[in-house]
Ligand binder design. Structure first.
Ligand SMILES: Cc1ncc(C[n+]2csc(CCOP(=O)(O)OP(=O)(O)O)c2C)c(N)n1
Length: 704
């Protein structure tokens, strides 16, 4: 929609209504972060009404502009705007903020249908995701656009705060964004000089705009008290080409309140009814409350009492048709860009049928049959390091899956993770499939997540396993969002050798295994390496890690003979029998391991077999999580009953497990991420109550 000076009173009214929705929802929940929504309400109003090319009726429109609230704690800002824009939020959903089972959890959770482009909350992540989405926009444009047919030209807007800018992640991500000249990326910096512990005077005094300038960004500074200036600067920045853009906006946290305005106290706590009463008396909401409570509206104490009652009752939030109408009008106008796009796309489909088909194919991925067969039958003549083998398999996959793109943090030479035969993307040409992330693991992980958001591309990112520590937040978020993102980590154990302990991952393997909804594959031969890729591409919606060894593995486990189809069926259950003295349900001892220790298991088993004349069994466990899911029957089939001795060998720390290990054991733990709601209810939901634990203990006593 076109901005007009005469809109200013309406913009103020919208902003006040956003303030009202945020204040009341936080008050109802008795928890949340009202400071940001209050300070940024005008920013949101301008963005959604005058800038974003979106169509809430078609939330998944592939060329929609993206908006990411990187400062995810301000979630009520986003929910209020999405409600007003016409996404599937109701006033009741807002009133249910942070409650069990609501669609308005504490921090925004990835859901494109609801207008939430990514999960945010860990500061800086949303910004780096935005960089990934901007790179993706450029890559899609390079693949599919034709002269006169800009099928992809979406822009990515993100709102970040002091916290996001303090995080090192934002510096890494901004650096690569500047290097790549991502002019489809526009960051708005909510510069209110307040974080949780107080003023940024005690922590953060650098010139952020200059920092971004130095990283190749175009920047401008404004104050939100001059709304028109904000609009003009944002419009001018948006039009700049060749560089990403940062608009530093001076705001006041808690704007509209009396005592807590400008204070860190309003960052993350309910304002309280007296402050809300002050806000209502001094804002556009006065009209609405004044009609209902004409005698009390000018009396702060009386109005507070009324609000107190409404909060206690969780009364329905007040509707404001004047504001919703304004938003709807804007959305109608903005949806013209959607309709123009659909016409363009329809013309594109007849003029460029091949590209059109490719585009549709990339939206609904399934592994090519031929590739699945190639991977089932994949063989190498000689034993090798699994990182080398993984490199070859990736090459095979890339040749048949055009959506694969990715890169490494300056370690391609070692990890072998590259798209052979393709070039690196650069500022002027995004048609390549390789991304040189530079030595920026932190940003690489989160940018990789951004590349995966919404599908169409399948990213891989790669580094030494020990440096996964630098990417951990992104791996966790990929699992939480179920993003199809392949992490290839090599040099997977102490066998790194000369580089020493700084480069030897020890605790990493089991820390990956603790992340819900993530699969970690540690293949011990070429077949298992190929199967790991196959499983990821064939079966997984979410992320996986494939670990590669630096060192050459043993020939003995490299050429297992048998039916590949049967091997794969068992591999899908996470573990399988590699060797048995004889087929029996009761071997004398079982040897198990993964990766490079598979051959160790086999060798030690053979010694016991020949020297001690024992019946042995060797089990490979390339994916512990799949094995865990395969069920007790399959576990017993492979590992015997609990009286069967077992030696499990893995060059990684298992200390946390060993501490509690007993023959008959029980672990009460949490196998999920948790969910939004009052703490005691969440605890109960996951069985963390004395009764639930006691019941488990009772069961265990019965069995032993
Ligand atoms: C990585 C990370 N560290 C810490 C936090 C906890 N946290 C949430 S908000 C916040 C302060 C953010 O300040 P700012 O961005 O200025 O937000 P504002 O106070 O303006 O709402 C912190 C430390 C977090 N969410 N993520």
């Amino acid at each position: 929609m076109q901005f007009n000076k005469s809109d200013l009173p309406k913009i103020k009214e919208c902003a006040d209504y956003i303030r009202y929705l945020s204040l009341m929802s936080v008050e109802y929940a008795n928890s949340g972060h009202p400071g940001l929504p209050l300070g940024c309400a005008e920013i949101g109003t301008i963005l959604y009404n005058y800038f974003l090319k979106i169509n809430p009726e078609m939330p998944g429109w592939i060329n929609r502009d993206r908006f990411i609230l990187s400062a995810g704690h301000g979630s009520m800002f986003l929910y209020s705007l999405l409600y007003l824009a016409g996404y599937k939020f109701t006033l009741q959903d807002l009133a249910d903020f942070r409650q069990m089972g609501s669609i308005t959890p504490g921090h925004p959770e990835y859901n494109i249908d609801m207008g939430i482009e990514t999960t945010t909350g860990p500061l800086g992540q949303g910004f780096a995701n935005a960089v990934g989405l901007a790179i993706k926009g450029k890559m899609l444009a390079a693949r599919f656009n034709k002269p006169g047919f800009d099928i992809f030209n979406y822009r990515v807007f993100t709102l970040m705060g002091d916290g996001c800018n303090m995080e090192g992640l934002s510096s890494e991500a901004a650096s690569i964004a500047g290097h790549l000249g991502l002019d489809n990326l526009i960051a708005i910096y909510d510069s209110n000089n307040i974080t949780i512990d107080g003023s940024t005077d005690i922590t953060f005094t650098e010139n952020v705009a200059l920092r971004y300038e130095a990283q190749g960004w175009q920047t401008a500074v404004c104050d939100i008290s001059d709304i028109e200036d904000f609009y003009q600067k944002l419009a001018a920045l948006s039009a700049v080409s060749g560089k990403p853009k940062l608009l530093v906006v001076k705001t006041i946290i808690g704007q509209g309140l009396d005592k807590s305005r400008g204070s860190h106290e309003i960052h993350g706590a309910p304002a309280g009814v007296s402050e809300i009463a002050y806000f209502i008396q001094n804002s556009c909401m006065k009209k609405i409350y004044g009609k209902e409570y004409p005698d009390e509206i000018n009396d702060r104490e009386k109005l507070s009492a009324i609000l107190g009652k409404l909060v206690k009752e969780k009364a329905p939030l007040k509707d404001n048709t004047s504001v919703t109408d304004f938003f709807q009008q804007a959305m109608k106008k903005n949806s013209q860009s959607y309709h123009a796009w659909t016409e363009l796309f329809s013309a594109y489909s007849s003029k460029f049928p091949k590209e059109h088909d490719q585009l549709l194919n990339s939206m609904s991925f399934s592994i090519p049959e031929r590739l699945a067969k190639d991977l089932i039958n994949f063989k190498v003549d000689k034993a090798d390091a699994t990182r080398n083998i993984a490199g070859k398999i990736l090459e095979l996959c890339c040749a048949q899956i055009p959506q694969i793109i990715g890169g490494s943090a300056d370690l391609v030479g070692s990890t072998r993770a590259t798209v052979k035969g393709s070039v690196y993307i650069n500022k002027n040409d995004f048609s390549g499939r390789n991304i040189a992330f530079g030595v920026r693991e932190n940003a690489m992980g989160s940018i990789g997540n951004g590349l995966s958001l919404g599908g169409m591309l399948i990213p891989f990112t790669s580094t030494f396993f020990t440096f996964f520590d630098y990417m951990k937040p992104a791996v966790r978020l990929a699992a939480l969002m179920k993003l199809k993102h392949l992490f290839i980590f090599t040099h997977d154990s102490i066998y790194v050798g000369e580089d020493g302990p700084t480069h030897q991952p020890v605790e990493h393997l089991n820390s990956l295994r603790l992340i819900p909804d993530l699969l970690t594959f540690r293949p011990g031969n070429a077949m298992e390496t190929a199967f790991s890729f196959l499983y990821f591409f064939e079966n997984m919606e979410g992320p996986a890690v494939i670990l590669g060894s630096r060192q050459k593995l043993d020939q003995a486990v490299f050429n297992l003979t048998g039916d590949r189809g049967v091997f794969y069926e068992n591999f899908k259950k996470g573990a399988y029998i590699v060797y048995e003295t004889e087929r029996t349900t009761k071997p004398d001892i079982i040897f198990a391991g993964s990766g490079s220790e598979l051959s160790l298991a086999l060798e030690s088993a053979k010694i016991i077999e020949t020297q001690d004349k024992r019946n042995v069994r060797v089990v490979s466990i390339p994916c512990l999580e799949l094995f865990h899911k395969a069920g007790d029957e399959y576990k017993t089939l492979l590992l015997g009953d609990r009286f069967t001795p077992m030696v499990f060998t893995e060059a990684a720390s298992h200390r946390a497990l060993k501490l509690f290990y007993r023959k008959n054991m029980m672990i009460a733990d949490i196998e999920d991420f948790g969910l939004s709601g009052p703490a005691h209810l969440v605890g109960k939901r996951f069985g963390f109550t004395p009764d639930a634990i006691a019941e488990n203990a009772r069961q265990l006593l019965k069995e032993t």
